[in-house]
Design a protein around this ligand. Structure first.
Ligand code: ADP
Ligand code: MN
Ligand code: MN
Ligand code: MN
Length: 343
């Protein structure tokens, strides 16, 4: 029987931002293992801020499995962290998402490539040309020599893994990119964002490059040419009811609930978001909740198609930032939607 390299991946207990952790175990299987075949495992929680030294073991419960094309017989095993009694660990944000097959999320993950303490392509100690030609740009001057190569490799590894990677584009700042992942079921896209983040951070190790997930890594004074975009993770969402029934009255109740729970949403939309949600750079400021058709300066953007289709379809919450935990974002959005009664 072939020996498989199982890479167990989980989130640690750091706050406000959890880090990805992983370790390998080798196991024999007749063929590529199914989720049900993968055993629980454990790790030393005292080294990840998840336990005290005395009884340090935490449990890893596999929740999703993907092929890893970068390794022979490689398997990526996304896990939840459990306490020794089998209940969810307090750091286990995935366990807080209501289960709902009919809920779909599409996340747009923005990030910066970072090398030697600056975005990839920034000249040492200085700044490149101001923003303008980087977004969806082409040519060495705008893109550099390496970024697209890394994005292409990452895209292939994600597709090989079976992730529902939907697209990618160069973003507004030099060294800044985006990829999108869509999933049906309330936890699927969030699982895949974490795995895609893992694969990107792992891929760039050998290039001496890190990924800056923080939402505002370049904090220059707000004047050209030192004013640089932050990074978001727009959350596009729909439930079966929003897609199939919807309607203007329901939509307005929904926006009432999003307005009511504004603070609860901002609390899980990523640290330092006040640096990014300033009302500039296609954002609404952090202390306002607004919505508008095709309005990229509002908190929630309503696609034209949503209105044309009788207020049915998906909405885009533009506030979550690039470092936010997609489990917390998905859970909060779904809880707010579920707080609105449907007939
Ligand atoms: P933009 O940059 O204009 O905001 P993108 O194309 O980058 O748009 O992202 C749109 C996202 O919306 C994609 O991730 C896509 O998967 C997601 N999406 C499309 N339809 C739905 C839907 N019905 N429910 C949830 N998300 C959706
Ligand atoms: Mn986008
Ligand atoms: Mn974008
Ligand atoms: Mn968007």
């Amino acid at each position: 029987m072939p020996k498989y390299k199982l890479e167990y991946i989980w989130l640690d207990g750091y706050s406000p931002l959890a880090n990805l952790r992983s370790k390998t175990q080798i196991k024999e299987f007749a063929s590529f293992p199914k989720l049900e075949e993968l055993p629980q495992w454990n790790f030393d929680g005292s080294s990840t801020r998840q336990a005290e030294g005395k009884s340090a073991d935490c449990l890893l419960r596999p929740v999703a499995v993907y092929p890893d094309s970068t390794r022979r017989n490689g398997v990526l095993v996304m896990c939840e962290v459990l306490l020794p009694d089998g209940s969810p660990h307090p750091s286990n944000t995935r366990a807080t998402i209501p289960d709902d097959e009919g809920t779909w999320f599409g996340f747009e993950q923005e990030f910066f490539f970072y090398k030697d303490g600056a975005p990839l392509g920034f000249p040492p100690g200085g700044y490149p040309a101001p923003q303008g030609l980087y977004y969806t740009g082409v040519g060495y001057q705008s893109i550099g020599a390496l970024a697209r190569e890394l994005v292409e490799q990452h895209m292939d590894i994600c597709l090989d893994a079976g992730l529902n990677y939907e697209g990618t584009n160069a973003e507004v700042a030099k060294g800044q990119w985006e990829f999108q992942i869509f999933g049906k079921g309330s936890k699927k896209a969030a699982d895949e964002i974490w795995v895609a983040r893992y694969l990107l951070s792992r891929l760039t190790e050998r290039y001496g490059i890190d990924i800056a997930w923080e939402c505002k890594p370049i904090r220059g004074p707000f004047n050209e040419p030192l004013d640089w975009n932050g990074s978001g993770m727009h959350a596009n969402f729909s439930t079966a009811y929003m897609r199939e029934v919807g309607g203007k009255a329901y939509f307005e109740q929904l926006m009432g609930a999003f307005s009511k729970y504004m603070d609860e949403h901002i609390a899980v939309y990523g640290p330092d978001n006040h640096m990014r949600l300033t009302g500039l750079h296609e954002t609404q400021s952090i202390d306002k909740f607004t919505y508008g058709v095709a309005d990229r300066g509002s908190s929630i953007r309503i696609p034209h198609a949503f209105v044309n289709n009788g207020y049915r379809g998906y909405l885009e919450d533009r506030r979550p930032n690039s470092a936010a935990d997609p489990y917390l974002v998905a859970g909060r959005i779904l809880k707010t939607v579920q707080s609105v009664p449907t007939p």
